[in-house]
Design a protein around this ligand. Structure first.
Ligand code: NAD
Length: 426
């Protein structure tokens, strides 16, 4: 009897932590609010295309290991699909599908001519050599080459992938295509057609959202206490930008633990000591857990690591006045409801982290035209896009009396629904 109850509870909890299911719930809600019929939901609830591939890789010890990879293309009514590739042991089909839907929403929110895509490989790059990673990256591109390309589906970096991996992937695709194809992938090194400002773009976009949200809440950034969960690409740049803006970064974390000091951390030192996977806390003894970090007193909390970090179990213990989601899916629907009820301003992932795809779009435009912009030009364009998108969603939320997540979904879903309608699909 007890076992049954436990397993029932665990199914119930798993359901709540199922990122695809919760995304579908908000999509349905957004479409209903906008007055779209059921078939629009049926079209948008899952990717239109989903590929599972097996990638054999010769390991350094001579053995062959077979990896599983995915590529999801959510909706290509607006234009080619676009989205990152994640290398992580916990990548799953449902996660990749949800991530591709979020990409569609982001592209709609910042008004890019793309639909959403996403890819992932189940692997742990922290335990692989450089050469093994290269063989895996090239093998993945060969496996998905038929459905991707500069005018079909354009990948980019995500968790545990970086500009070196993008460079190998671009080279492999160029060999298959028999043309130099920099527009196949974004997040490349500058010398291979990468864009100025791409590496820090996600954090720049989050910084702009934090600044705008702080204005709405009457919080001065200078001296504001900030906690950032995750110290990888998004989290580390963000800590730096917050520090440079005069905020007091009092907590950071990685997969192994968290550092907290109410008087402020030495951000420059931590940046200097972090490794390429965003690990730094292993160097310290006096760490706390990620869970404890999220519950510390602060003004601004930025989850910048992984999914399902703020849930019904800890949302009542969050002390921040503003939560800005740099990570994809860090707050569950129950978590969102509780924060919202408590008057905490939550800036959702599909808006806050859209700076990355925006500058990826700039990179693709520069590749297509063969004419490259300065860092200042990129930053100026990004600033305009993010401020406009933030205010559009904030105002929609106020006008429709909904939380910012639902407002963002309403804005994000509209463009693909309209494009699908004009194409005669629905
Ligand atoms: P990254 O691989 O550079 O860094 C990930 C960080 O999270 C590392 O510090 C890692 O130690 C930490 N981490 C991993 N597992 C953890 C766990 N279980 N608990 C706590 N911390 C953990 O990845 P990133 O590119 O910075 O991406 C972080 C988040 O931001 C992801 O949700 C990603 O989808 C999202 N995002 C990234 C970009 C981008 O351009 N990089 C764009 C949009 C959204």
């Amino acid at each position: 009897m007890v076992a049954d109850k436990n397993s029932e509870k665990s199914i119930h909890n798993n359901d709540k932590l199922d990122v695809l299911k919760s995304t579908q719930t908000v999509i349905r809600h957004a479409l209903e609010k906008l007055g779209y019929p059921e078939e629009v939901y049926e079209l948008l609830r899952e990717p239109i295309r989903f590929l599972t591939v097996k990638i054999p890789v010769r390991m350094d010890d001579g053995s062959v290991k077979i990896f599983t990879g995915y590529r999801a293309q959510h909706n290509d009514a607006v234009g080619p699909t676009k989205g990152g590739i994640r290398f992580h042991p916990e990548v799953s089909e449902r996660e990749v599908k949800a991530l591709s839907i979020w990409m569609s929403l982001k592209c709609g929110i910042v008004d890019l001519p793309y639909g959403g895509g996403k890819g992932g490989i189940i692997c742990d790059p922290r335990n692989m050599s450089f050469r093994e990673l290269e063989r895996l990256s090239r093998g993945y591109v060969r496996a998905i080459s038929q459905i991707v390309g500069p005018t079909k589906d354009i990948p980019a970096p995500d968790v545990f992938t970086n500009s070196q991996i993008m460079a190998w992937m671009m080279d492999e695709y160029s060999r298959i295509d028999e043309f130099n194809s920099p527009g196949f992938i974004t997040g490349k090194p500058l010398v291979l057609g990468g864009s100025h400002g791409r590496e820090s773009a996600t954090a720049k976009g989050v910084t702009i959202c934090i600044r705008e949200a702080a204005k709405k809440k009457g919080i001065k950034l200078e001296g504001a206490r900030v906690i950032v969960q995750g110290f990888g690409n998004a989290g580390s740049y963000l800590a730096k930008f917050m520090h440079d803006a005069g905020a007091n970064v009092i907590g950071i974390s990685d997969a192994y633990g968290a550092l907290h000091n109410p008087n402020g951390l030495d951000v420059d030192y931590l940046l200097d000591r972090r490794d390429s996977f965003g690990t730094v806390t292993k160097l310290f003894k006096n760490t706390i857990t990620n869970k404890e970090l999220l519950e510390q007193d602060c003004d601004i909390l930025v989850p910048a690591a992984i999914e399902n970090q703020i849930t019904e179990d800890n949302a009542y213990d969050i002390k921040a006045r503003i939560v800005v989601e740099a990570a994809n899916g860090p707050t569950t629907l129950e978590g969102t409801r509780i924060l919202s009820e408590r008057g905490i301003l939550l800036v959702p992932d599909v808006l806050a982290s859209a700076g990355g795809v925006t500058v990826s779009y700039f990179e693709w435009v520069q590749n297509n035209q063969g004419y490259y912009w300065t860092e200042e030009e990129v930053e100026e364009k990004l600033e305009k896009v993010m401020v406009k998108s933030f205010n559009n969603i904030y105002d929609t939320a106020e006008m429709r009396r909904v939380d910012m997540r639902l407002a963002a979904y309403m804005v994000g879903v509209r463009k693909m629904a309209e494009a699908s309608r004009f194409r005669g699909w629905i």
